[in-house]
Design a protein around this ligand. Structure first.
Ligand code: SAH
Ligand code: SF4
Length: 376
């Protein structure tokens, strides 16, 4: 598989001119403002304006002195992503935002609400290079990586959209389960995570940020070695190399045995549990034999399995599991292998906000339903 060159390694400050404030960590913002000869108090105020006040424009910063604002206007911008379309599910729990990027592409972000808490599902790329057959984003192909600022901007948009969003901190969870493969855009994603976790800004707890990967082995090993403070979910879908490669072409590059080795390394070096995702496809990977195969494969790992009944997409003929196949699968995992699992709640299906469901020719989007386990 050919991968587009990663752009995330370029420092956010060089990615675009003027610099997108959402792409800077707090220490970087303080250093930038200090390099102009101004007090870092102004930078600290600006940080709060961005992430607690949700300021939309540099003109919207009354407490920043005019001379500082003038320099800001010359050097930086607030990388707001304009809302092109918003849809809401009939049950009122899920909202989907189609957001515009500066180059005319679009991405989607999903906001899911449960009692008293909210989860933002963000995109890490416009499109995806991994080509999973059942995923509409994979079916549409790769557009480009998102910059860290474009990822953070999605979270700010979702947080602001919550009732009483200003200063409310009601957005509790972020999942990298929207459009794209986050470990294919490692540097930008991790920079965004640093911004999201900053205690004087959005202050998201590390155990409430979940990154989902198709199984990019070098990225998983790097996360382990760098002790990145986010939960990891690995999209497994099959416990057999040939079967998996037919669903997830990336498995040819990173075979199942190497993937499970990387997962073991991750759990052992960080002392953390790991999540596996399994899209349940009728007759294809939902039989008792499949359940036993996954039980054997991940034996000994501190794992939790998230079962996602397949969401339909235009380019894939498979159907979601029928009847009580999901419960039967769960029972085998639990009774025979002591493996906990959750059947993911299906939310937002009426607005096509289910995992892997959407794509438009102009570069819109995939989104996801409620995560089980961390971040939910
Ligand atoms: N690229 C990452 C994260 C985005 S996809 C990854 O693949 O993990 C988020 C989740 O949705 C993944 O577990 C993915 O396998 C799943 N998914 C994709 N298409 C789906 C579909 N049609 N039905 C159910 N789950 C799907
Ligand atoms: Fe990309 Fe994930 Fe979709 Fe696979 S499931 S094509 S990795 S977004």
């Amino acid at each position: 598989m050919r991968l587009a060159p990663a752009r995330g390694s370029v420092p956010a400050s060089l990615e675009s001119r003027p610099t997108d404030l959402y792409g800077l960590t707090r220490p970087e913002l303080l250093a930038l403002v200090a390099s102009w000869g101004f007090s870092t108090d102004h930078a600290a105020r600006l940080w709060r304006d961005l992430y607690l006040g949700f300021a939309r424009s540099l003109a919207d910063l009354p407490e920043i002195p005019a001379r500082v604002r003038a320099r800001l206007a010359a050097e930086v911008r607030i990388g707001e992503l304009p809302l092109r379309l918003e849809t809401a599910s009939g049950d009122g729990f899920t909202r989907k935002f189609l957001l515009g990027l500066a180059d005319g592409r679009t991405i989607e972000t999903v906001l899911m609400r449960f009692t008293g808490r909210a989860t933002a599902c963000v995109s890490s790329q416009a499109g995806c290079a991994m080509g999973c057959v059942f995923c509409a984003t994979g079916q549409m192909g790769f557009g480009r990586h998102l910059g860290a600022g474009e990822i953070v901007a999605q979270v700010v948009h979702a947080a602001r959209a919550l009732p009483g969003g200003r200063e409310s901190r009601r957005l509790r969870n972020v999942v990298f389960m929207g459009m794209g493969e986050p470990l294919h855009n490692y540097d930008a994603v991790m920079r965004a995570v640093d911004v999201l976790r900053d205690p004087s800004g959005l202050a998201l707890a590390s155990e409430r940020i979940t990154l989902s990967t198709v199984g990019v082995v070098p990225g998983i090993r790097r996360m382990a070695d760098e002790a990145r403070p986010v939960h990891l979910a690995v999209s497994l879908h099959s416990a057999d190399q040939a079967e998996r490669a037919a669903l997830v072409p990336a498995a040819r590059r990173w075979p199942l045995d190497e993937l499970i080795d990387a997962c073991r390394h991750y759990c052992a070096s960080l002392g953390r549990r790991i999540f596996f995702e399994w899209a349940l496809i009728d007759g294809r990977n939902d039989t008792p034999a499949h359940a036993r195969a996954v039980g054997r494969l991940v034996r000994g790992l501190p794992a939790h399995v998230n079962l996602i009944p397949l969401n339909p997409t235009a380019g894939y003929p498979g159907a979601p599991s029928r009847g009580d196949a999901a419960r039967r699968f769960q029972r085998i995992l639990a009774d025979d292998y002591g493996l906990p699992s959750t059947v993911r709640q299906r939310r937002g299906i009426d607005i096509a906000a289910g995992c892997g469901q959407l794509a438009t020719p102009a570069g819109a989007a995939v989104s996801c339903s409620a995560p089980a386990g961390p971040g939910s």
